[in-house]
Structure formats: C-alpha cells, structure tokens
Design a protein around this ligand. Structure first.
Ligand code: ADP
Ligand code: MG
Length: 726
C-alpha cells in the first residue's frame, strides 16, 4: 500500500461512504491519514457489560433495546426500562419516575451509560443510568485497542469528526488497517529534518502513528503540534511566495520628502495622533523604495484611518511618473493616480466628502463611482461643490489622467474603469473584500501599484500574521485625544428598565440609537438568516409598541438589497429615523455622529472584539456615548468576560482575550478563515506561528520556486487558500 493509492483500491467503499468521503475531500490513503482526530477519549474507566458486578459504578458503551414504560406493580411507580448490549453481554437498565425516558430514546440508539449496578444474577440492572447519546460506538468491544487493557495507557482512543455516511469508528479501523499494511514505511516527510529538529517536532511517520493511536496523551499532543506547525508553515510559505512576487515587482518611486505633505497635514482640523504620524511615515518610506508596498493598516473604529489614507494619497497625486511615461499626446495630466475602494455606497460617499474637505484648497479633481451614479469634484459651475456626471465622462477623465483620485465601491473593479498611472490602491474595510477583488484592482496599474489595506477588525496578532502573512502590518493603536470613552454597562436579566429610561431621555434630547439583535448561532446559514431576520423584525415591533412609542424605528438586515440598506442608512444619517434595529452581520460602519447609544442584545453570544467594534459606532460625535451589553446569562463567568469591555485598552487587547477565552475556531470560524480546527488551535501559540513564519520566509528566500522542495510545493498549491475573514 502506498500513500498515494486511492482508498477504493484497498477497501470496499459503498456509495454512502463514497459520498461522505468526497465531501471530506478524502480520496487517497494519504488523505485519510491526514484526516486527524478532533479529540481523544479516555476509556480506562469503561467496563464490559459481562464484567459488571453488583454495587459498582458502571460506565458502559452499548446499544439500547427493548425500551418501554410501565408501572411498578406494587407501588404503581412509573418506570422506564430496557436493556443495553455491548457485544459481550446485555444488562437491564431501569429508570424510576422518569417514564418519558423510554420515549426520548429509540431502540438501537448508541449510548454511553453510567450508573450504579444493582440486584444480583440475572436480576442485575443499572439503576437510573445517565445516558449520553452517541453517533456510533467509538470502538467496538472486540477491537484490538481493548485487547491489551492491562496497560492503562492503551485506553485512549481517537474520536474523528463524523459526516453522514462515515463514522468515527470507520476512520479508526481503516487507518489501523493502513498502518498494518505498512503504509507508514512509505510516507516521506515534506518538512526538512533540520526544521523538525530545531523545534523538536515529530517526523511525519511518528506523528501519524501518535495522532491516530497514541499510547499516552503526550504523544497525541506532540503529534498535533507537528501538524499545526505544518499547516501554518504551508500557509506562510504561500504568503511568503505571494509577497516575494509583489515586492519583486518594481513600482512607482514616490519621493514625498520635498512635497508639501507637512502643509497638507497642517490643514486638518486636528493634530494627528502619534500613531497616525507613524503610519504615514511608514507608508511614505515604502513609497520611496523601488518596490510595491503591501501594507495592512489596522486601527479601531474612529482611530482616523481616513486621514492617513488622504495624506498618503496626496503624496501620490502630487507626484509625476518618471520621464518618458505617458507623455505622448494632447494635454498631459500626467500625475500619479489613486483608487480608493469601500465596501458600501454610503461609505464610499463619506470618503468622497472627507476627501473634498481635505483637498478643497488644491487643484486636484476627485471622482466617485458607485452602482447608482458618478460624481466629480469640483463642479465647473460651483467650485465648492461636486457635480453629478455620466459614467462615460468620468471614465474618460480617469483614463486620461485628468481625475487623479477615484473613490468608489466594487464598481471600481469593472473592466470599463481604466487608469493612466494607477500608483496607489487603498482598500477600506478590506475584510469585506476577497483576495481576488483586491488583486483585480491592483491589476489595473502597471507597474504594480502600492497597496494599503485598512481594517477596523481587531484580530489577534497570530491570526493577522497567518492570514495576512503577505502584508506588512501597521497598527493605529491610539485614539485621537478628547474622544469621549464609551460608558459601557452590562445589563443583566431584569435590569432593562433603567436602560430604556436612559435611552428614552437621549432620544428626547435629540440623539439616536442603535439596537443590535443577537446573531443566533446556527450551523445552517440559511436558517441563521431567517432567525436573525425574525429577531430584528419582532424586536423592532416590540420596541415600537412597548418601549419607544414616539420614536421612528427602522430595521436593517442582511436580506435587504444593497440599495434598500443604503436607503435605511441614509434615513438614519439624516435623522429621519431615531432608532435603527439591526443584525450584527449588517455593516453599520457609517459615521452617524448623532447616534450616541447602542443596545446590544444577547451580548454573551459575541466575541469581545466584536462587541467593541459594534460600540465603536457611537463614538463619532461630540456627545457622551453609551453602550449597553444586554445578557440573559446569569453565569458569573460570562459577566466577568463582558466586564473586560470596560477595562481593556483597545480592540487588540480584547481580541487576545477572546482568543484565550473562547479559541479562534469559535470566533473566526474555520470556514471563513480557511484554517482547520488544528490551525485555529495553533493561533493560541504565538511562538509556533512566528517560528513557522520565519522558517517559511527563509525557505522561500533560498528556494523561491520551491524547486528543491517539491513536496512542499505540492501542498502549497493544493491549499487553494482564499484566507480572509468575513
Ligand atoms: P476610522 O479609522 O474608523 O476610519 P475615521 O478616519 O473615519 O476613522 O475618523 C473618525 C473621525 O475622527 C473623523 O471624524 C475624523 O475627522 C476624526 N479624526 C481623525 N483623526 C483625528 C485626530 N488625530 N484628532 C481628532 N479627530 C480625528
Ligand atoms: Mg473608516
């Protein structure tokens, strides 16, 4: 048996199996071996039914049968009873006063049963056992794993994630058969031995054996570490290669030192924060090199990313391309150009307005392109205002270089949008766009334009190193001075009255409020939408009739079309509505300075950094902002976790809390990020991530095309990663 053999060559695979395996993308023996257990169970406490003795506490695995409810004939007590069979024998199970149990379970159900053995001889039974339903028996009683039970360490067995059609047990048995067929002798380790030695990682052969059939838990832990390293390593190799391509590309060299950047900054109605200044310096330094910048600017909502974007855009549009480029005919509007992409129409418009404010004093034209129309500033008739123009007209001016700054939604990506000298691409809320959209925009420039991605999603360092491994990182970890801190209150059960009184008072004083309805964690996204929708609509109804009776209340949710959403957002912005009831999945990243209150229902369902981001919506104005995190949970732990909202310094700190409290998998979803559960687990380990990254970079430096590491190349190309957060 070879690792590359198709499973079907060695095993009888029925159609149900086939479907399930396909879904898990398991085709070859090697694929199977890399389908790793998700956890382990210690079965040293399991007994076989035949070995049970009266008076002992039994833990048995088996199948239920003969379930029925009846009345005890003397006392008339209701009784549920049946038997449990495990392959060695069967034993009666009885529950007193819980007749419904017989109905809750079906004959044939696999369970783990624990309870006290009572009675003697063939009258022996387990009294009131606790049942834990199982998809299947983990390993059956006659399996080899049980044969050697005098060694207590032999009692850890792996549990695999199951899919309809294949059980955990099937995985285990099949893997064992592959081992018996000697497949481990034929696996070759893609990771260079030197790297394994440096971090004391098991070689592949050992790791596979230990992860599927550990003798002790330490083995399994060590093996998992190796595979976690491997996964992060491949991602880092891929990122390092992407990065190498980008930074090998020559780009426009923009010399901002002689420019009037200082003057431009001095016109802002505020002094820059040190973090903003640092970010601008870093970007300008990148501009002055020969190679294309790829940088991620991470900063909390309200940290002032737009000013950084505007200043660096200014440096670009006041620069000219090197001699000999694009100076052929007609008037030469030869300056370099900037494209600035935002995820929604309203955001794009807001950026357009900010840029008008910042560039007003300059002879620089600014264009706006969205699905619903195009604008240009300044207007010919009134130089203080923008004017609506046709798309064709705007495209002409962008193409000939006359309009150097083009702001827009994903409409910017359209083929019809062509630039003369696109030198700088700025992407706002970059997590809302896929890698391909990012690439589509940068492709419009030749040579490769500089790229600035911006995000307000605070994520732990290990995660950004992993999924944004191809980008350099700049943090805006400082808020502008004089910002009012959001007063955050945790509202427990029955504490809502004063909260509503407060918000009513605020509405009366002319302020506005957001109400965020919980995201209901359903694995099925369709269902989730339906539930969220319902909770938003019914909550709005409840607030209308019972709480904010005189207020104008609007709803915003994911099932609305972009233009409907924009309309609702605009009504809120123009204060035509007072309260906006929305789902958290809906981006409310729009600046509504008059909205100073946010109520977040079901707060315990959110990660802390998500809550932090939500409350960021209310810090834009001059009024004191309030956030109410409402939770029905009575758990002390939950409330403690929520309290971190008042103590943490910034979103990054909260994202690290999240990682420790809840783990990355739950927070960022492996589906969205493209990482496996194991990879997610690895994110808790900064050292491991940094090591994988350093090794990957070194490898790509010494062997840029992976010619000497074709096993790694294979894995990297099959990753097909499109890692980003939703
Ligand atoms: P974000 O980082 O969320 O995109 P914005 O760029 O929209 O933040 O800035 C939020 C608000 O803060 C804007 O109204 C902007 O004018 C203001 N602002 C930006 N930088 C500063 C600063 N250094 N001092 C005071 N206010 C600032
Ligand atoms: Mg912003």
């Amino acid at each position: 048996m070879n690792p590359s053999d198709r499973l079907a060559e060695h095993f009888r695979i029925d159609t149900a199996h086939q479907k399930a395996l396909k879904k898990l993308r398991i085709e070859t023996v090697s694929d199977l071996l890399h389908h790793l257990p998700s956890r382990y169970e210690d079965i040293s406490d399991i007994q076989s039914v035949s070995g049970l003795t009266t008076g002992s506490e039994a833990v048995v695995y088996g199948q239920l049968g003969g379930l029925k409810a009846r009345k005890a004939w003397k006392s008339k007590r209701p009784i549920a009873e049946g038997w449990l069979e495990d392959g060695t024998s069967r034993i009666k199970v009885m529950w007193f006063n819980q007749p419904y149990l017989a109905k809750m379970y079906k004959d044939g159900q696999y369970v783990k049963a624990s309870g006290k053995v009572t009675g003697v001889g063939d009258k022996m039974y387990i009294a009131n056992p606790e049942l834990e339903p199982l998809e299947s028996l983990p390993i059956d009683r006659h399996d080899s794993i049980f044969k050697n039970t005098e060694n207590i360490d032999d009692t850890i067995y792996p549990v695999y994630k199951e899919t309809k059609g294949v059980t955990s047990r099937w995985f285990y048995h099949t893997v064992m058969k592959c081992f018996e067929a000697g497949v481990l002798e034929k696996v070759t380790d893609p990771i260079p031995t030197k790297i394994l030695e440096r971090y004391k990682l098991y070689e592949l052969k050992t790791a596979l054996r230990y992860i599927h059939s550990p003798k002790k838990l330490d083995h399994a832990t060590g093996a998992r570490k190796r595979f976690a390293f491997e996964e992060v390593f491949y991602i880092q190799v891929q990122k390092a290669m992407e990065r190498a391509t980008v930074s090998a590309a020559t780009s426009y060299n923009i010399d901002a030192t002689g420019d009037n950047v200082e003057e431009f900054i001095s016109r802002f109605p505020f002094p820059l924060t040190r973090a903003q200044q640092r970010a601008i310096d870093e970007i300008l330094k990148d501009f002055s090199g020969q190679h294309a910048m790829s940088r991620l600017l991470e900063g909390d909502v309200g940290s002032g990313k737009t000013a950084v974007a505007a200043t660096t855009a200014y440096a670009v549009v006041t620069s000219r391309p090197p001699e000999g480029r694009g100076t052929k005919s007609g008037i030469d509007y030869g300056n370099l150009q900037v494209a600035y992409m935002a995820p929604t129409e309203i955001l794009a418009k807001q950026h357009f307005e900010s840029f008008i404010e910042y560039f007003e004093h300059l002879p620089i034209q600014i264009g706006l392109i969205t699905g619903s129309g195009c604008y240009k500033f300044p207007s010919k008739s009134d130089p203080t205002k923008p004017t609506k123009i046709s798309k064709a007209q705007l495209m002409k001016w962008v193409k000939n270089g006359e309009v150097p700054i083009l702001i827009g939604t994903h409409a910017l990506i359209y083929k019809s949008v062509e630039f003369k000298h696109l030198a700088y691409v700025i992407i706002d809320e970059q997590h809302r766009f896929g890698t391909n959209q990012r690439k589509a925009l940068t492709k419009k420039g030749a040579p490769m334009p500089h790229l600035l991605s911006m995000t307000a999603t605070p994520i732990p360092r290990t995660l950004s190193l992993t999924i944004y491994g191809d980008l350099d990182l700049t943090l805006l970890d400082e808020m502008p001075k004089g910002r009012k801190q959001v007063i955050t209150k945790i509202i427990g059960p029955n504490q809502q009255e004063p909260m509503y009184e407060h918000v009513k008072g605020e509405l009366k004083a002319g302020r506005q409020a957001y109400v965020i309805c919980p995201r209901i964690d359903e694995p099925d996204p369709e269902k989730e939408n339906a539930l969220n929708l319902k909770s938003v609509i019914s909550e709005a109804e409840r607030l209308r009739t019972h709480v904010f009776k005189n207020a104008q209340i609007d709803v915003l949710h994911g099932k609305m079309t972009p233009s409907e959403k924009d309309k609702v957002m605009k009504r809120f912005l123009d204060h035509e509505s007072d309260v906006l009831v929305a789902t958290s999945v809906v981006e409310v990243g729009v600046n509504v300075p008059n909205a100073t209150n946010i109520i977040i229902e079901g707060a315990e369902r959110f990660g802390l950094s998500q809550l932090h981001q939500l409350r960021g919506r209310v810090i834009r104005g001059t009024y004191q902002p309030y956030c109410f995190a409402v939770t029905e949970s009575k758990s002390e732990k939950t409330r403690d976790r929520l309290k971190a909202l008042s103590t943490a310094k910034n979103g990054f700190e909260l994202s690290e809390y999240d990682l420790q409290f809840r783990g990355a998998g739950e927070l960022y979803g492996s589906k969205q990020s493209g990482l496996s559960d194991l990879g997610m687990e690895a994110l808790k380990n900064l050292k491991l991530v940094e090591a994988a990254r350093a090794e990957a970079r070194t490898l790509v430096e010494t062997d840029p095309e992976l010619k000497k590491h074709n096993k790694i190349a294979e894995r990297v190309t099959t990753l097909g990663l499109n890692l980003h957060l939703e």
